[in-house]
Design a protein around this ligand. Structure first.
Ligand code: NDP
Ligand code: 8X3
Length: 250
């Protein structure tokens, strides 16, 4: 069975991708910081789909932990066909001159440095002249919006590093795809607004946002094309969203 490793699989896009690939008989490596959720999801995937699932609990910001976890993979998990770099977050929605510097650090360390650490740790396990990395960017990586400053910057960085990885990894036959979703209803806004349900719900009210399953379907499409075809860059929004900040509820 092919193996997919998915970071940030305890909720949202990552969990939906795990379900999509498991339902198509991939074996799955799921990661995240919340171990109880990881173990529950592992059990559910194994039970529902009859596949093997390995749950790895770590923080992508911790460079040494990332390296050690992947260096210690059991032998039967040592060929990884696809990596989905999905773990990420926004923290706060504040003017540049008012935002919290700890929030900035965490977004940079997770969305950019975490993606780099995991990618380097997984690269040795790709098959000879093969392998595929899907990076989850954002429409915030294509355009900036008011009070989006550093979150948008991290996703612009994901856009740039995806292009750079595609060029540098071509000599190993590795595909690199960036998927850039617009607003999707997941735990994203609850995290961004630090548990303020009113603010989080308002993000998705008055129009039909994307769902996590929509993004999993897109990832599945990109992952299952013939070897000579690579989707480089895919921007996907709900129909009501015309760009990174305009929706028809405005
Ligand atoms: P969720 O909050 O539902 O999921 C985020 C996932 O990332 C969780 O599984 C979380 O796991 C994991 N994660 C966060 N920080 C870390 C960390 N330091 N180490 C390890 N895992 C971490 O949000 P989404 O599913 O919406 O977001 C997934 C990705 O999609 C993110 O990169 C986000 O920026 C991007 N995105 C989201 C959009 C949206 O509107 N929802 C639109 C465009 C892009 P745990 O807490 O267990 O560690
Ligand atoms: C998440 C989408 O518009 O909240 O990346 O930045 S948005």
């Amino acid at each position: 069975m092919p193996i997919v490793a998915i970071t940030g699989a305890t909720s949202g896009f990552g969990k939906a991708c795990a379900e999509k690939f498991a339902s198509n008989k991939y074996d799955i490596i799921i990661t995240g910081r919340r171990n109880e959720r990881l173990q529950d999801i592992r059990e559910q995937l194994e039970k529902d789909f009859g596949i093997r699932c390995l749950a790895l609990c770590f923080d992508v910001q911790e460079r040494n932990a990332v390296k050690e976890i992947f260096a210690g993979l059991p032998d039967e998990w040592k060929v990884i066909d696809l990596l989905i770099n999905n773990a990420g977050l926004a923290l706060g929605r504040d003017y540049f001159d008012e935002a919290d510097l700890d929030d900035w650090d965490q977004m940079i360390d997770t969305n950019l440095k975490g993606l780099l650490y995991v990618s380097r740790a997984v690269l040795p396990y790709f098959p000879d002249k093969g392998g595929h990395i899907i990076n989850i960017g954002s429409t915030a990586g294509k355009e900036v919006y008011e009070k989006g400053n550093v979150y948008c910057a991290t996703k612009h960085a994901v856009d740039a590093i995806s292009k750079a990885m595609r060029i540098d990894l071509l000599r190993h036959g590795i595909k690199v795809t960036a998927i850039h979703p617009g607003a999707a209803e997941t735990e994203f806004s609850m995290v961004r607004f630090k548990g303020d349900t009113g603010k989080a719900d308002a993000v998705y009210s008055g129009y039909k946002a994307l769902t996590a399953a929509d993004i999993a379907d897109a990832a599945w499409y990109c992952a299952t094309l013939p070897p000579h075809v690579c989707i480089n860059d895919l921007v996907i929004t709900c129909t009501a969203q015309a760009n990174s900040f305009y929706t028809d509820k405005q």
